[in-house]
Design a protein around this ligand. Structure first.
Ligand code: ZN
Length: 183
C-alpha cells in the first residue's frame, strides 16, 4: 500500500496525479519516494511494462544527462558473456516480480529499459537497481554509480525530514556511547 502522503509527493514530483501505484520501492535518505511500483495494467486498462518507475525529479534529470552523454550505446557494448547473462537474469527477475502482481498477456516477455539484449532507457534500469539493490541489474548499477544524483545524499526540493537532525545526529550520539576507540 502507498500512503496518501507519498502519493501526494509522487504527484508533485511527476507534475500530474499519480495513479495505479502500489508501493514505494526506493526512498531518498530523507524519506521521499524515488521509485514506485506500478500496476502492470493501469486503471484505464493500458498495459504498463515499467514495474519500477523512477519518479524523483533530480534522479530522472540525472538519468537524462547520462542518456544525452551517449552512455546507452557505450553500455550496450558491454552486453557480452557474463554481463549479458546477468542482464538476462535481471530481465527474468523483473518479469517474475511483475507477474506476481498480474500477468498481462500484451507484456509477455517485455520487461523495461531494453532488457534483455539492449540498453534503451536508463531511467527504468536505474529504477530497477534502486528497487532491488546492487548486484542484480549490471547496467542499472552502472547508471546509478555514474549518476551525479545519489540516493544517500538528499537533493530534494522539499525533504521529508531534515536528514542531519532526524537520522544522522541520533546515530552519531549513539555511536559515541557504543563504539570503542580504534587504538
Ligand atoms: Zn530527500
Amino acid at each position: 500500500m502507498i500512503s496518501d502522503e507519498d502519493l501526494q509527493i509522487v504527484s508533485q514530483h511527476l507534475g500530474r496525479p499519480a495513479r495505479s501505484m502500489l508501493e514505494v520501492s526506493a526512498r531518498c535518505i530523507c524519506g521521499n519516494p524515488v521509485v514506485v511500483k506500478t500496476k502492470p495494467r493501469l486503471e484505464d486498462g493500458t498495459p504498463f511494462p515499467t514495474l519500477y518507475y523512477l519518479t524523483h525529479p533530480a534522479a530522472t534529470a540525472s538519468m537524462s544527462r547520462l542518456e544525452s552523454a551517449g552512455l546507452m550505446a557505450e553500455w550496450s557494448n558491454l552486453l557480452e558473456d557474463e554481463i549479458a547473462e546477468k542482464y538476462l537474469k535481471a530481465h527474468r527477475g523483473y518479469l517474475a516480480e511483475r507477474e506476481k502482481i498480474e500477468f498481462v498477456e500484451e507484456l509477455k516477455e517485455t520487461s523495461a529499459g531494453g532488457m534483455p539484449t539492449r540498453v534503451k532507457r536508463l531511467h527504468a534500469l536505474a529504477a530497477h537497481s534502486l528497487a532491488v539493490g546492487e548486484g542484480i541489474n549490471p547496467i542499472g548499477d552502472l547508471a546509478v554509480a555514474n549518476s551525479d544524483w545519489k540516493i544517500e545524499k538528499c537533493q530534494c526540493d522539499r525533504p521529508k525530514e531534515v536528514p542531519g537532525l532526524t537520522c544522522v545526529l541520533p546515530r552519531i550520539i549513539l555511536n559515541s556511547f557504543t563504539t570503542t576507540p580504534l587504538n
